[in-house]
Ligand binder design. Structure first.
Ligand code: R5P
Length: 289
C-alpha cells in the first residue's frame, strides 16, 4: 500500500525526516482558521487506497484533536485504506488516576477519542505509570518507542563523568536504562507534588560524586519545577551546574528560561515537540509498515 505522510502544523521538520527514511511522499493539506476561529481543513493530495500517516505531536492537544478528527473523517471519505497517527508526544497520560472526587480519568477519555479517529498510534515514551501499557486505554494497535538509546548516546558523546539523576520514582524506568547504556552512575530521588507548580524533592546523596557532572533526566519538563527543586539541592550539596535532559519539551510559558535561571548549565530535549532545546533527533524511531 502506498504511504502518504501529512505534517500537521509545526511538525514539518520531523515529517520530512520520516518521509526521507521511508522514501515516502509528503501530501499537501490546507489548515487554517475562519475569521471566527473555527477550523478549516482540506486534503489536497490523493489519498484513495493509500496508507495515510499523520504526524502530529500532541503537545497542547485540545485544538489539535479537533483538527485530527476532521482530517481523519475527510481522509476516510476520500477512500484512504488506513490512518496511522505518529504522535511523538502523547498528552493526557499523566491524568492516570482520579486524584480528587469529581475528576475523571481523562487519559482514558482521550485514548478513546484517538482510538475512534485513527487505526494505529505510534508514540515515544508515553508517561506509563499507573497505566502500564497503552493497550489498557487505547483500543487500536499502539507502538511506544523508546528514546533511551538516543539519550545515552548523547550523554556518552557530550558529558565527561556523568552522574544521571532521576528526580522521582516515575523517572526510574528511563534513568536506569539510560545510565546503564551510557555506562554512568545514577541515583533516583523521591518527589511529592502538592500542586501544579509545587513539588518537594528528596535531598540527593551525592557526596561521593563531587567530581561528576550531574545530568537530570526526566520524560517531561512542563513547569520545570521538578528540575528546579533538584537543582537547588545539588547547589546546596556543592555539585557542579547540572545538565537537564527531558525527552518531551512540554515547557509551560517561561519554564525553559526559569530552568536556565535556576542554574541548569544546559537544557537538552528530543525533537518530539519542536523547541529551541531540541538536540536529540529521534526521527529514526518511526518505522511505518
Ligand atoms: C511526572 O511525574 C513526570 O515524569 C515529570 O516529572 C513531570 O511531568 C515534570 O513536571 P514539571 O516540569 O511541571 O515539574
Amino acid at each position: 500500500m502506498d504511504i502518504v505522510l501529512f505534517a500537521f502544523p509545526g511538525n514539518e521538520d520531523l515529517t520530512a525526516k520520516i518521509a526521507a527514511r521511508h522514501k515516502a511522499v509528503v501530501g499537501q493539506a490546507t489548515f487554517r482558521h475562519f475569521p471566527d476561529g473555527e477550523t478549516y481543513t482540506r486534503i489536497d493530495s490523493d489519498v484513495k487506497h493509500k496508507h495515510v500517516v499523520v504526524v502530529c505531536t500532541m503537545h497542547q492537544p485540545d485544538n489539535k484533536f479537533l483538527l485530527l478528527h476532521f482530517f481523519s473523517k475527510i481522509a476516510r471519505e476520500q477512500g484512504c485504506k488506513k490512518i496511522t497517527l505518529i504522535a511523538p508526544y502523547l498528552s493526557y497520560m499523566r491524568q492516570d488516576k482520579i486524584f480528587r472526587p469529581g475528576e475523571g480519568l481523562t487519559s482514558s477519555y482521550f485514548a478513546q477519542l484517538i482510538s475512534n479517529c485513527v487505526d494505529e498510534l505510534i508514540t515515544v515514551d508515553p508517561h506509563l505509570h499507573r497505566i502500564t501499557s497503552l493497550n489498557m486505554i487505547y483500543s487500536i494497535p499502539c507502538q511506544a518507542k523508546q528514546a533511551s538509546d538516543h539519550l545515552a548516546a548523547w550523554i556518552s558523546k557530550n558529558i565527561v563523568k556523568p552522574l544521571v539523576i532521576g528526580p522521582d520514582s516515575e523517572s526510574e524506568q528511563w534513568v536506569t536504562d539510560v545510565a546503564l547504556k551510557a555506562k554512568a552512575h545514577y541515583t533516583v530521588l523521591q518527589k511529592i507534588r502538592t500542586g501544579d507548580k509545587e513539588v518537594e524533592i528528596s535531598i540527593p546523596q551525592v557526596e561521593r560524586y563531587k567530581n561528576h557532572t550531574p545530568v537530570l533526566v526526566d520524560d517531561i519538563i512542563s513547569t520545570g519545577k521538578t528540575m528546579q527543586e533538584t537543582i537547588k539541592h545539588l547547589k546546596n550539596a556543592g555539585m557542579p551546574q547540572p545538565i537537564c535532559i527531558g525527552i518531551h519539551a512540554v515547557f509551560a510559558p517561561g519554564a525553559y528560561e526559569d530552568l536556565l535561571a535556576a542554574g541548569a548549565s544546559r537544557v537538552v530535549t528530543c525533537n518530539t515537540i519542536p523547541h529551541q532545546s531540541n538536540q536529540i533527533d529521534i526521527s529514526d524511531l518511526f518505522k511505518i509498515g
